[in-house]
Ligand binder design. Structure first.
Ligand SMILES: Nc1ncnc2c1ncn2[C@@H]1O[C@H](COP(=O)(O)OP(=O)(O)OP(=O)(O)O)[C@@H](O)[C@H]1O
Ligand SMILES: [Mg+2]
Length: 422
């Protein structure tokens, strides 16, 4: 249907007439796939579309992935395909894997991880098998994960990207209470899946099994990284939403875009990351202009959807104060990421400098950490900057380069060098 609607009006009518004639010749039923394309934003049918629908004789089958009712203006029977339960997904994965020469032993885990239907499962496994065959590699877990990721990327279009590089708990440098809370978040997701799906609570009580988090803190304190840790710990695909692409200047469009993202993520069982939500607030954190207030409406919409979302979602911000506290409370986890203390900064320097640099023995990390009060993100930049300085000079990295890199970042942060501040 979307392809048909895209045609010019006159050719549309003749194409449809041909289709109807062909169907009659073969005694076939017409299937209108993605019929929603006929309707406008308010769910109304334009009159020529209505006439076209009326002109199709006999039985018509229309499909939609939308959640609402579609009125075809002819006697109609609506069937809602139920969401597949864990056991059904398990069976679909087992079947598809057997069919394509994969390991059916992976089925249970895949079924728990991805809430997708049997058609999607068959497509994912088939595609993974073709890719693996072309690359001469086995149809293993990695091949299947990559295939799910590609499918999701295509469906999200320009709004989001699948984050492939995910960090581990062991790489985080954060106070124990913050790490503990992150572990709680992971545990809550695991337990909920078990309780709601295996014990049948979801069907019975209609509880949402979503788990949501608000990560706030200064730039570079590890918010984005922590979200990727949670995703990797849970074995979930992580989708980072580009809010600047989603936010439209047309009122109402943004919510439609966001709604689509939540639906896609729900289907793919992906974790959603609304990163740097403050890009919605403009520069200032206090809400002064009408535009800022408008932006806050969008954030409030995201927070509301997060509350009812059936998966894991995280919003990160530098400007926690700009978000309505009443809405904040409705999210399951609100985690404040503190700026690192000197000993944490020392650890960050140690970890972020690659071991191959060969400087770990010689370097006074404590002195660097002591001198430069900066977050992990800036330390990472400083390490990269130092490598650039060394590469340009055509020699190996030295301790001086790290000091110089740190200095550059410090100035760019808008801070004054400690010894100059006197
Ligand atoms: N607490 C931390 N532990 C370990 N590494 C960190 C930490 N914080 C920052 N880093 C390093 O700095 C990089 C940038 O951090 P990250 O993007 O997670 O910060 P952020 O809080 O999301 O910042 P922003 O508010 O600017 O988006 C990380 O990829 C990581 O290498
Ligand atoms: Mg970030």
């Amino acid at each position: 249907v979307p392809a048909l609607v895209a045609l010019e009006r006159r050719s549309r009518a003749s194409v449809l007439a041909n289709i109807v004639a062909a169907a009659r010749l073969r005694d076939a039923v017409i299937l209108l796939a993605e019929v929603d394309a006929l309707y406008d934003d308010r769910g109304e049918l334009a009159s020529d579309h209505r006439d076209a629908l009326a002109s199709i004789p006999g039985v018509v089958i229309a499909t939609t992935s939308g959640r609402g009712h579609v009125e075809l203006h002819r006697p109609q029977l609506s069937i809602t395909m139920p969401r597949m339960e864990l056991v059904d997904r398990d069976r679909a994965w087992t079947f598809a894997l057997q069919h394509h020469g994969g390991q059916p032993t992976d089925a249970a885990e895949l079924a728990g991880r991805y809430v997708i239907g049997p058609g999607a499962i068959a497509e994912v496994v088939g595609e993974a098998q073709r890719y693996a065959a072309a690359a001469g590699t086995p149809l293993d877990r990695d091949a299947l994960e990559a295939s799910v990721g590609r499918r999701l990327t295509v469906r999200l279009g320009t709004y989001g990207t699948v984050v492939h590089r995910k960090a581990l708990f062991s790489e985080l440098v954060l106070p124990d209470d913050v790490v503990d809370t992150l572990h709680d978040m992971v545990a809550m997701v695991r337990e909920r899946t078990k309780i709601l799906e295996q014990w049948g609570y979801q069907r019975h009580l209609g509880i949402s099994r979503g788990v949501s988090g608000l990560f706030s803190g200064e730039p570079g304190t590890g918010k984005t990284m922590a979200a990727s840790v949670v995703a990797s710990e849970l074995g979930l695909e992580l989708v980072r939403i580009d809010l600047s692409a989603v936010v439209s200047k047309y009122v109402g469009e943004t919510e439609k875009n966001l709604g689509k993202i939540f639906d896609e993520a729900q289907d793919a069982h992906a974790m959603l990351l609304f990163d740097e939500a403050d890009s919605l607030f403009g520069k200032r954190t206090e809400l002064k202009s009408a535009q800022d207030r408008f932006a806050n409406l969008e954030v409030n919409y995201i927070l509301q959807r997060m509350e009812t979302f059936d998966g894991v979602s995280v919003l990160t911000t530098n400007a926690e104060a700009a978000i309505d506290p009443a809405l904040q409370r409705r999210l399951n986890f609100r985690i404040r990421f503190p700026e690192p203390e000197p000993d944490e900064r020392e650890q960050l320097w140690r970890r972020l400098l690659p071991p191959q640099a060969g400087l770990h023995e010689a370097l006074d990390f404590a002195a660097l950490a002591d001198k430069f009060d900066m977050t992990g993100g800036y330390i990472k930049n400083a390490v990269v900057r130092a490598a650039v300085i060394a590469a340009r000079a055509g020699r190996a990295l030295t301790a001086d380069d790290l000091w110089a890199g740190a200095h550059h970042e410090y100035v760019e942060m808008g801070k004054v060098m400690p010894q100059l501040a006197r």
